[in-house]
Ligand binder design. Structure first.
Ligand code: NAD
Length: 486
């Protein structure tokens, strides 16, 4: 593994408790920031991203040794700006208390839900989208009126350092602060008594983080990984499926939590799909080694892990189809060609673990029932992709499978849609952010009953058996007399 270059400052443990206490104190002084304050905070981020656009692209490029500039624009910059615009536009409505129904026993009263900032939100970021996965939850947390501490990934040190510099330039330390460092810092960070903790990373570390948070009863949003399937219906054109799946697999060289992990393909079309996929990828990436459009693997250790999956699969009898249009060598680089694997089975590592790289096993199925059963017998994935022009059949698959999110006839793009929640289920995560759900995640929904001068409760108070209490009971009996549920 190429060790991240830590500066002396980064090797020191930051004063995490001090930072948290300062933020908590600031929250106490301004527990319910008004809309203008929240918008001001979002605007600062918007402007800083525009000012640092080229530096963000350069930092990602440095961390990956080669990261396609367009991928950084599309996946790190644009969705954050969109997220800011989304909340700017809807903040008034989202912040507004919601009027709710008052039951007979409470009337007359005004009943409402108020959305209050939870306080300080901790955000732990992985390396694969080192800006988006820190800034996107940050936007939701700031919109909801919170203060935020971010821990960046040690495997994307240039991005982490830039994020720290940008945030320090626009926010006070008690508003938003960024800490960098390795597992030791991450471990201490996740033990802090945050008011909410968002962790994005592997399922394995997610379990450790949830245990640490449980000591403080800190609520967690866990954005984890898993094996996201792509199911191709027999009637769907294979060239279309290949290019749409290829977009999600080639982007960031498959290092995306929602990258299509494997394909379920009608048995008699597996070879044809492999050919279509290879053709589509050769068109998208006519060369690889020096092609800036094709992103490299983040570390040597990750590349070795992926190569190990291929060796293991080959040893156990799988067919490995390497898509290397120019027959280039990748020695001395962290690039790795896209590879299709046929004949993969559950004995192979690449069918047991999340792939998280440019490898695509194609698994044959005989009937759609078999394909659905295959998905349902395995841990619930973060995403599911279904390819079929028939809306009724697609709805049926969506209803009969569980996944964090889904696309019909597409891959990965649901993550960039602000107005829908993003999050996993079971081993792929819990909780949501983005959109209204994100605002609610970072808010305490406080139920409030407000009574006026007339206090009806006093009329039914003890001593029990009083006139009003008896009237109330009669009324209840009358209301529900025909309503026994059979
Ligand atoms: P990781 O779990 O190794 O690390 C993620 C973060 O956790 C890093 O900041 C790291 O410093 C920290 N960390 C590591 N060990 C820790 C510990 N013991 N206690 C507390 N924190 C610790 O994940 P990664 O390799 O950076 O990212 C890849 C994984 O993330 C994949 O599984 C991928 O699917 C998942 N992911 C999920 C999403 C999503 O939105 N659901 C997005 C991107 C990546």
């Amino acid at each position: 593994m190429s060790a991240p270059h830590l500066t002396p400052v980064e090797t020191q443990m930051p004063d995490l408790e001090g930072l948290l206490m300062a933020q908590k104190k600031a929250c106490a002084a301004d527990p319910m920031p008004d809309r203008a304050t929240r918008i001001r905070r979002l605007d600062k981020l918007h402007n800083a991203i525009l000012d640092n656009r080229a530096r963000i692209v350069a930092a990602c490029n440095k961390d990956f040794s080669n990261r396609a500039g367009a991928e950084t624009e599309l996946a790190e910059i644009m969705p954050v700006l969109d997220g800011i615009a989304y909340y700017r536009k809807r903040l008034r409505k989202l912040m507004k208390p919601q009027r709710r129904h008052a039951p007979l026993t409470v009337m007359p009263a005004r009943v409402e839900v108020r959305y209050q900032p939870v306080g300080v939100v901790g955000i732990v970021v992985p390396w694969n989208f080192p800006f988006f996965l820190g800034l996107s939850p940050l936007v939701g947390a700031l919109a909801a009126g919170n203060r935020v501490m971010i821990k960046t990934s040690e495997f994307a040190p240039a991005s982490g350092a830039l994020m720290k510099e940008i945030m320090a330039g626009i926010y006070a330390e008690n508003e938003v602060t960024v800490v960098t460092g390795g597992v030791e810092v991450a471990t201490e960070f996740t033990k802090l008594p945050f008011d909410h903790l968002v962790f994005t990373g592997s399922t394995q570390v997610g379990k450790i983080v949830m245990k640490a948070a449980s000591d403080n009863l800190t609520p967690v949003t866990l954005e984890l990984g898993g094996k996201s399937p792509a199911i191709i219906h027999d009637n769907f054109p294979l060239d279309e499926a290949a290019s749409r799946i290829g977009f999600g697999k080639g982007f960031n060289a498959g290092q995306i939590c929602v990258s299509p992990d494997y394909v379920l393909c009608p048995r008699d079309k597996v070879n044809a799909f492999a050919t279509e996929f290879s053709d589509a990828m050769k068109k998208a990436y006519p060369s690889l080694r020096e092609n800036p459009d094709y992103t490299a693997i983040i570390t040597e250790r990750q590349k070795t892990r992926l190569e190990g999956y291929l060796e293991d699969a080959a040893e156990k009898g799988a067919e490995i189809i390497t898509i290397n249009p120019k027959g280039e060598s990748f020695d001395g680089t962290r690039k790795m060609p896209l590879t299709v694997v046929l004949g993969a089975d559950d004995s192979m590592l690449l069918m047991q673990e999340e792939i998280f790289g440019p490898i695509l096993p194609v698994v044959p199925y005989d009937t759609m029932e078999d394909a659905i059963a295959y998905v349902n017998e395995r841990p619930r994935p973060l995403a599911l992709y279904y390819f079929d022009w028939d809306k009724g059949r697609a709805d049926d698959v969506l209803a009969r499978t569980h996944s964090g999110g889904a696309c019909v006839n597409d891959t990965v793009t649901h993550v960039g849609v602000d107005d829908i929640p993003f999050g996993g289920i079971g081993p792929s995560g819990m909780g949501h952010y983005h959109g209204e759900e994100g605002f609610r995640t970072f808010s305490k929904a406080k139920g409030v009953v407000r009574k006026g001068k007339f206090n009806a409760t006093a009329l039914v108070a003890p001593p029990w058996g009083n006139f009003m209490y008896k009237q109330l009971m009669m009324l209840q009996k009358f209301r529900f007399r025909r309503r026994k549920i059979k």
